[in-house]
Design a protein around this ligand. Structure first.
Ligand code: SF4
Ligand code: ZN
Length: 726
């Protein structure tokens, strides 16, 4: 451990301390000590401080206390002649730096300059953390690169960003070098920035680097079941589960050094493209801590090696970059060369089983014009027919695989896909067409990805693509009949009609004791996996996260308790859960990891419940925001009175059936009501309450529990006549 580094880190930390002290003092003078301080839409306060100390910074006076603690952590600047053999003081200075920067950034939300400005996004909301967090759960994203500073030119910035994206690594950007930032360099080159493309510009100020550490911290709190104040577990969780690293681009000044020291605490090493002093010995990080002077074209590979990250990238033979990181990229109208469907032409996509003799693996045919036969701005009809044969293939799996078309096609840069079945919409960008992308490449992608993802059940895959109106019309007619049968089958699929449920333990990498028991009428709480998905997934990967659960003897039909399910859950939850009721939110409800789309909780005085979705950032009648409730429900523990569920489960016959069912629902956000209106109306009709939905209050009718009570009395909500809930 070199004394130069210790000196730089500690000096940097003192500089940031001076800044934090001054900013906080001025803010207190202006607004007083009781002024509220917070990041937008989060239940984690200032998350790094909260997770490390357990302190909820809510007012400036709280921040003052934390700043005092940070100061105590700062060691004296070491004597230049002194040799320090260990990292101790440097690491402490790094931690103090993160706390102080968190205070500086949070004050910006009070006094400006606003962290959200132009391309800059500032703090991520809990909604983003949860949405993105699931990619860290299922392995779509192995980690993130915190890019600090700017590259030597914008072309290099694009190269590094693309390389990281192709490896599915998130790119977080903060701080500047000589006034330039990497995010601005990317913007100059016309690269689309934002959470969707995984290229995330946090801020230009060095202090905005804490949003990267904040992301990691909140992942540990929301998915790892780490308790606030348990800093050791939070840091270990990150070291073991979040594969992140810092890329120091351009000159590294003392403040940047202090941030690098903060990152080392998380096990995140720093890789620099300039010649800065290295910290090679192992200790906190898996391998080296700081490695310097790495050329730009080797820096990504080096970072992956040093962080100990294993990455497999499969090659799909198309002339554009391809991978999950490109999924969120849109193709704007003015960048479009040609488009298909989307109300502009007839389109349909349809995957079905066929006899072995009918399927020639790898055969891709186009019936109708190719890209070369049309001109810029044209619209073509599109019919995609995928024929599959596999000895283990079942009709039930067809829709599961068909839904993947959307993701696979979007993985290609410059190709945009939306919708499914016969409401699909595809665009090719001018760039993609210029690079040589043809309609037949859709077939290349689908063939390659279907094979690699479903190798266990599909032996042969053939793709037919139609771009002439007659053939598309014929395919559409055929497909629609099948779609109808599929919907019918799904409607008739009830919990009682099967003897096997499926487990999902995907989220155990974040919430070690959590397990979803997925039944035909109760999808996984993230909304991403229903019973059919899990069944297919089990066939594809028999040792994977979805295992069959023989439900066995019924213990309580009303509550939804079965012996087989209980036995399974007991084992799979590391003996922490003994009983699970599928149909109750009060008696041994199912647990939540943190991915729930909706939280349902009781409004005691109304005798009913409210449901709130993740997107709703406002207050709810329970007196809590979604984010606060999420903090109480997650982590794989049973919380009677609360459940985390998927949106569609609200429309299920089994929705809190034992507690009274849908009739209990007294409040939900307007946007959620609209989003699932169809299924709720259908369900209400079945219950013989056609006007039920109008009786459910939204934020427009009631904001507090008292107002909900007034509302349900006014409209004579059925809950008034129901038995007490508890
Ligand atoms: Fe996680 Fe449950 Fe969704 Fe599986 S079904 S990914 S365990 S939330
Ligand atoms: Zn989850």
């Amino acid at each position: 451990m070199s004394k130069i580094i210790a000196t730089s880190v500690i000096k940097g930390a003192y500089k940031i301390f001076k800044r934090a002290e001054k900013t906080l003092k001025e803010c207190i003078e202006k607004h007083g000590k009781d002024q509220k301080i917070e990041f937008p839409d989060t239940g984690y306060y200032l998350p790094i401080i909260y997770s490390m100390t357990g302190i909820k910074v809510e007012k400036l006076s709280d921040a003052e206390k934390v700043l005092d603690e940070a100061k105590k952590l700062l060691p004296p600047v070491p004597d230049e002649k002194l040799w320090l053999p260990y990292l101790g003081g440097t690491l402490d200075a790094g931690i103090a730096t993160l706390w102080m920067e968190e205070i500086i950034e949070a004050i910006k939300y009070i006094d400006g300059p606003s962290p959200v400005d132009g391309i800059w996004l500032g703090a991520a909301t809990d909604k983003i953390i949860r949405e993105r967090g699931i990619e860290f759960v299922d392995g779509t994203a192995p980690g993130f690169a915190a890019c600090v500073g700017a590259c030597k030119d914008s072309k290099t910035a694009v190269k590094i960003a693309r390389e990281l994206q192709e490896k599915n690594i998130y790119v977080f950007m903060s701080a500047s070098t000589d006034g330039k930032t990497m995010a601005e360099q990317l913007a100059e080159e016309g690269v689309e920035l934002g959470w969707n493309t995984r290229l995330v510009p946090f801020g230009k100020d060095i202090t905005s680097t804490i949003y990267s550490a904040g992301f990691a911290t909140r992942a540990a709190l929301s998915f790892g079941g780490v308790q606030p104040g348990d800093y050791r577990r939070m840091l270990l969780y990150n070291k073991n589960r979040i594969f992140a690293f810092v890329l120091a681009l351009g000159e590294v000044d003392e403040e940047k050094y202090a941030n690098a020291a903060g990152a080392i605490n998380y096990g995140f090493p720093t890789i620099a493209d300039t010649a800065i002093p290295e910290i090679l010995p192992r200790g906190v990080c898996t391998y080296e801590h700081v490695v310097s002077n790495i050329p730009d074209d080797e820096i990504v590979a080096k970072a992956i090696e040093i962080r100990g990250l294993k990455i497999t990238v499969e090659k799909v033979d198309v002339p554009v970059a391809f991978g999950p990181a490109f999924e969120g990229e849109r193709v704007r109208k003015e960048d479009t060369y040609i488009e298909f469907g989307g109300n502009k032409s007839e389109a349909v996509e349809f995957l079905h089983m066929a006899d072995s003799s009918e399927v020639e693996d790898g055969k891709i045919e186009i019936f109708g014009p190719e890209v070369d036969d049309v001109k810029e701005g044209d619209v073509l009809p599109l019919g995609i027919e995928i024929l599959v044969y596999g000895r283990k293939m079942q009709e039930d799996f067809e829709p599961v695989m068909e839904r993947q078309i959307h993701y696979f096609v979007n993985y290609a840069t410059g190709i945009f896909h939306m919708g499914q079945r016969d409401i699909n919409w595809v665009r090719f960008s001018k760039e993609a067409v210029k690079s040589g992308f043809k309609i037949k490449h859709l077939g290349t992608i689908l063939h390659a990805k279907m094979h690699s993802n479903f190798s266990n059940i599909m032996d042969k895959i053939q793709v037919k693509i139609y771009t002439n109106p007659e053939d598309v019309a014929v395919l559409k007619k055929r497909a629609k009949e099948v779609f109808r049968t599929r919907d019918e089958r799904l409607r008739n699929l009830t919990d009682e009609s099967v003897d096997t449920f499926y487990s999902c333990t995907l989220c155990q990498s974040f919430a070690p004791n959590h397990i979803c028991a997925v039944s035909p009428e109760r999808p996984g709480l993230c909304g991403a996996y229903n019973w059919l998905d899990c069944k297919a997934s089990y066939e594809i990967n028999p040792t994977g996260p979805n295992q069959p659960i023989k439900i066995g003897e019924t213990i309580d039909a009303r509550l939804g308790i079965w012996k087989g399910v209980n036995d399974f859950v007991y084992k799979a939850s590391n003996q922490s859960l003994e009983s699970f009721s599928a149909y109750s939110m009060i008696v041994d409800p199912m647990t939540s990891c943190g991915c729930f789309e909706v939280i349902v909780t009781i409004l005691p005085s109304t005798n009913g419940v409210m449901a709130v979705n993740r997107e709703h950032s406002g207050m709810t009648p329970s007196g809590m925001k979604f984010s606060t409730m999420a903090g109480m429900v997650g982590g794989g523990i049973q919380t009677p009175g609360f459940i985390g569920i998927s949106k569609y489960f609200i429309g299920s016959k089994k929705f809190i059936k034992a507690d009274g069912g849908l009739e209990r629902l007294a409040w939900m956000p307007k946007a959620l009501k609209e989003e699932i209106r169809d299924i709720l109306e259908e369900r209400a009709k079945e219950m013989g309450m056609e006007d039920f939905l109008d009786k459910v209050a939204t934020e427009e009718e009631a904001e507090t529990e008292e107002e909900v009570l007034e509302w349900i009395q006014k409209v004579n909500h059925p809950v008034l006549k129901m038995e007490p809930m508890m």
